[in-house]
Design a protein around this ligand. Sequence first.
Ligand SMILES: Nc1ncnc2c1ncn2[C@@H]1O[C@H](COP(=O)(O)OP(=O)(O)O)[C@@H](O)[C@H]1O
Ligand SMILES: [Mg+2]
Length: 201
Amino acid sequence: MTEQKATNIVWHPSLVKKEDREKLLGQKGVVIWFTGLSGSGKSTLAHAVEEMLHKMGKLTYVLDGDNIRHGLNKNLGFSPEDREENIRRIGEVAKLFVDAGVITMTAFISPYRKDRDAARALLNEGEFIEVFVKVPLEVAEERDPKGLYKKARAGEIKQFTGIDAPYEEPLNPELLVDTSKLSLEESAQMVVDYLKEKGII
Ligand SMILES: Nc1ncnc2c1ncn2[C@@H]1O[C@H](COP(=O)(O)OP(=O)(O)O)[C@@H](O)[C@H]1O
Ligand SMILES: [Mg+2]
């Protein structure tokens, strides 16, 4: 649990509510939380889903790991503590976006189950959609889109998920997308279909 440092703070309620914004936008605010190994397809998939939704007139935003580490989380590394803080902040940012009514997608390895569950716990039932982007490690390593597995195998990167740092698979994700079997188009469609089925769009 992160310590609450400030004491004299009082929540100021909004006059305009999440429901009002959702009505304006014609959608529900949710977070689609993509999790999986590096190279599993989280970013590619999140952006493909975003493009599909945008064409349908839906308001979306992608919070992507490396991009967030350039700014908001530039003071964090890849130690277990920093990974936890990384995901905690993203969970809080995602919560704000969800409250804004936006279909928010996060593309972080988010390797620890308890950190993902903590992000889930910030939101209401149905607002947190965990998507396990599943591929065998061999496939992710074969793809190696950023050349990171090669560096990790060579010992140039330490604490690399799947090599010398753990990845804890989701036990009960809302969706499991096996990108080693499905095309990008099929994978993205699966996510969009889920949103339709749940009345989110
Ligand atoms: N069905 C699919 N969904 C997403 N990516 C796929 C799929 N099939 C193959 N790929 C490829 O896998 C790689 C995934 O890379 P990336 O999206 O950067 O992964 P991550 O963000 O999980 O680290 C890309 O080169 C992408 O073209
Ligand atoms: Mg990525």
